[in-house]
Design a protein around this ligand. Structure first.
Ligand SMILES: [Zn+2]
Length: 276
């Protein structure tokens, strides 16, 4: 497989996968696109989130289609009520199926999911925000992390690595990281307040490109790459998709592009059973 994130077509559904994760083995992962589902406009067609106003039946059918492609069971899916915070939840046997069939049962107030349990499908949802995949092939621990501008500013990727170290003894220098398709520095214009916050938090990092008075384009990809590097991830162990969801709205849902009314893609990760 070519280095970086590569698209694979499964029938009408296109899923992006990072070569580092594919080659490592022991894990199944993917970032979905908007193709190959049953949802009507503006959620056409592979919307995977309940909370955006789509028909729940369509969302369940779309989730089943993705599970089928990944070789996972929808009953073993776990999702979160994402709030642009920094909470990272450790998911265990008793949590299997939380949020799989309804938003109400999702893990509350959480933007990162971590597990060491094989067969459990972690899922977080996106329309422009940055999906960060983490996999420790030594300790066999996987995570998916939702990083919008607030989560990036609060270093949620590092928070997930800290949780993995504290609970499972993971060493960041063993971990692989994938930074998936999301809004790019080509499109992500922010205002003076956000510019000020990022200048303070990441002094010296070249992530803001002035576009006018009190406006700049923010590079969330580079910010997250930097956060993971500072947290101990080796440079060779990070892959960036560098694909902008706002530039490619035929393939991706984009919150900005859709003026807020759109579906959500999924970042999925699941440890596979280790043969005895
Ligand atoms: Zn763009």
């Amino acid at each position: 497989m070519k280095k970086g994130f590569n698209p694979t077509n499964y029938g009408n559904t296109c899923i992006f996968e990072a070569s580092l994760f594919k080659n490592a083995g022991g894990v199944i992962h993917g970032f979905t696109t908007r193709t190959g589902g049953v949802s009507a406009k503006p959620y056409d067609s592979l919307n995977l989130a309940f909370h955006v106003g789509d028909s729940p039946e369509a969302v369940i059918e779309n989730r089943k289609r993705v599970c089928h492609i990944l070789g996972a069971e929808i009953d073993n899916m776990v999702t979160a009520k994402q709030v642009h915070g920094t909470n990272v939840a450790v998911i265990e046997e008793g949590h299997f199926g939380l949020g799989a069939y309804s938003y109400d049962t999702s893990v509350p107030d959480t933007d990162g999911l971590v597990t060491d349990r094989p067969g459990l499908l972690l899922a977080t949802f996106y329309a422009d925000c940055v999906p960060v995949f983490i996999y420790d092939p030594v300790k066999k621990v996987a995570a998916t992390v939702h990083a919008g501008w607030k989560g990036t500013l609060a270093r949620i990727g590092a928070a997930a690595l800290n949780k993995m170290a504290a609970v499972f003894g993971c060493d960041p220098s063993d971990c692989l990281v994938g930074i998936g398709p999301s809004i790019g520095p080509c499109c992500y214009e922010v205002d003076a307040a956000v510019i000020g916050l990022f200048r303070r938090e990441f002094p010296g990092l070249d992530i803001l490109n002035n576009t006018g008075e009190d406006k700049a384009r923010l590079n969330l990809w580079e910010a997250n790459r930097n956060i993971m590097a500072e947290a101990g991830i080796r440079p060779d162990n990070v892959e960036l998709a560098e694909i902008c969801t706002c530039c490619h709205q035929n393939l991706f849902f984009s919150y900005r592009g859709g003026q807020g009314q759109t579906g959500r893609m999924g970042a999925f990760i699941m440890l596979t059973e280790v043969p005895a």
